[in-house]
Ligand binder design. Sequence first.
Ligand code: ZN
Length: 298
Amino acid sequence: MIKKKSVILCALFFLLLAASAAWFWAVGQRQECNPLCFVPPDRDEAVSFVVLHHFSSSPEDAISNFNKFGFSTHYIIDTEGNVIVIVSEDKIAWHAGVSFWHGEESLNRISIGIELQHDNFGQTPFSKKQIAALKPLLQDIIKRYNIRPENIVGHSDIAPDAKPDPGKAFPWQEFAQDGIGLWYDINDADKMENYSVKELLDIIGYNTKGDDLISSAYAFRRRFLPEQVAYEPDMAMRGNAIFEARFKASSLPKGERAAALKNVPRIHPEDDGTFLTDPLFIKTLRAVAYSYKKARDN
Ligand SMILES: [Zn+2]
């Protein structure tokens, strides 16, 4: 009887030992942070989008912010053109947040995120080395997942009220010439004369619900009419205010979030929307909408 008891005790002791070893191993793994301290979830849907971002710190600080706030990305490209893998493509990275494009919402599950280091919020030219590293990476991703050109988007396209990235200086036209994303032929504008501004933005993919019309129209200008967008010296301040308010709201109970987010500023300057009737804006919007319509009809 005594013998049986001691065998059970002994087994329990080893079980405890194994459990604590496993616990220490898990904690040790977590503390290693290589580069993330958390494990990104597996994907169960196919990749059909690429989202381009910018970040203004060093890659090391960006990674420590990911760990602090629980965000992530698949790739970082620094200004020297070094490509750093943060999350492998078969896992979901948390880079797109609340997002919308052409009826698709919450794009993290179906997208690859690429963060470009830029110390001026994408408002002045990107480093040549960085662009030279980004192009082949994008071409490779597009080929491997067969990603449609209308699904190569900037964070500002899919979250126009809160995000300005990759910024007005990102060379979208040059990328489109290399088969990455879409540009437009201004002569196509007259093919889309019967559509309203809202309808044209909808056709391209922007969210036009409620207050989002002005934000989306502003994001459209950042990408397709950057010469109409003024340099914004207060972008960091507005971006930080939005980030803090949203981060605080995310810890509130669901019912209280909408009220907490009501007075959060938008990432673009206060605008009365007069640009919505500007002839060049309308003409460009029509031409771009035609380009997207044609690509989706193919
Ligand atoms: Zn972003």
